[in-house]
Design a protein around this ligand. Structure first.
Ligand code: FAD
Length: 322
């Protein structure tokens, strides 16, 4: 049985090594690539450095009929313990870089949001300060329409350059207006890797931005479990209410399964201890959701992306559940 499983993986890794110049790692634990630090291995992990690498991943996945999973900084993902049966692809340093021209900024999809936010603030450009507290990549932030402290990507995004992993081809520029950006959701196609984004910012006093960002970071330290592994907010806030309030009102703050629990600091966070499994996290999440539905009559929408769990909403090349 072990032989049967190993053989196609070797074929997958060999094919990727031929097509991709960036790193190709077999059986890479995805727990090392997510902020919540749980989850099994991907059959292959690719750190793409060029558009050609992404096209290579697309070709190999199509030829060997393997699913792909696009990973940013893994700050909004929970991967099942059984892992991912295909290729997890992330953007390497080749997709970093920031060009500023007046108030227009073009940045690589692998740029880290806090680093980008700080850099633009120093340049006296406002609008992305909220990014200082979002531990994701620019590509992941575009996909999720990430936001905080009254701002969101939709406010500053002009366009995104993407490479489609299902349909192949080169780079396509998608205007923000066509991306359906709304509260923590977009209509960005599931196979689209955001490799670069164009932002339009507002001239703002650099010192004011520095102070705002310091205040945002302080607020996080006071009100969120920032020093314990988590995946950020688990559920989206329902219209006019807060998921954290509903969870707390349902008596679930501190609720625990194995090594995972609802954070006593902020009820919309699930935190883990060493040795926790993805199944523990999933059990906390599903119990919280059903308890809130029973007690408050509200069906919370999962904001975090669940990868590889059994579920009705598993779909496409990514196999995500929301
Ligand atoms: P990942 O978690 O790796 O992936 C998330 C989704 O984006 C997946 O569907 C993935 O396939 C897709 N994706 C990733 N990279 C790309 C790409 N290049 N192209 C296309 N799709 C891609 N979020 C907020 O909005 N506001 C907050 O205030 C906030 N606070 C957080 C605090 C903590 C402590 C943590 C751990 C998380 C927080 N988050 C918050 C969640 C998370 O940081 C954001 O959703 C972030 O935008 C995810 O980016 P990522 O690169 O980590 O994406």
């Amino acid at each position: 049985m072990a032989e049967e499983v190993a053989a196609p993986d070797r074929q997958l890794v060999r094919s990727l090594e031929v097509q991709v110049a960036g790193d190709v790692l077999p059986a890479e634990p995805l727990s090392d690539h997510t902020t919540i630090k749980v989850g099994g291995p991907a059959a292959a992990f690719v750190r793409a450095e060029t558009v050609a690498d992404l096209v290579g991943v697309a070709e190999v996945c199509a030829a060997l009929d393997r699913p792909f999973l696009i990973l940013g900084r893994g700050s909004n993902l929970v991967v099942a313990d059984r892992g991912w049966p295909g290729v997890a692809v992330t953007l390497g340093r080749g997709f970093r870089g920031v060009e500023v021209d007046g108030t227009t900024v073009v940045a690589g999809g692998a740029e880290r949001m806090p680093v980008l936010a700080a850099r633009l603030a120093r340049a006296g450009l406002g609008g992305l300060a909220f990014g200082v507290a979002i531990p994701g990549s620019l590509g992941g932030a575009v996909r999720m329409n990430a936001g905080a402290h009254g701002g969101e990507m939709a406010d500053v995004l002009a366009w995104a350059d993407v490479v489609r992993l299902s349909s192949g081809g080169g780079v396509q520029r998608l205007p923000a207006a066509e991306l359906g950006l709304r509260y923590r959701q977009t209509d960005l196609p599931g196979d689209a890797v955001v490799i670069r984004a164009g932002l339009v910012l507002t001239p703002t006093d650099a010192e004011t931005l520095r102070e705002e960002m310091a205040e945002m970071k302080q607020w996080r330290r006071r009100s969120q479990p920032v020093n314990t592994p988590s995946c950020g907010s688990v559920f989206a806030n329902p219209e006019g209410d807060s998921a954290g309030r509903l969870i707390e009102a349902s008596g679930m703050k501190g609720y625990r399964c194995g090594g995972a629990r609802v954070s006593p600091v902020h009820a919309n966070f699930i935190t883990v201890e060493p040795g926790a499994t993805a199944a523990d996290v999933h059990a906390v999440l599903t119990t919280v959701r059903s308890t809130v539905a029973e007690q408050q009559g509200v069906d919370l929408r999962t904001e975090v992306v669940l990868i590889g769990f059994e579920g009705p909403a598993t779909a496409g090349g990514r196999g995500e559940e929301r």
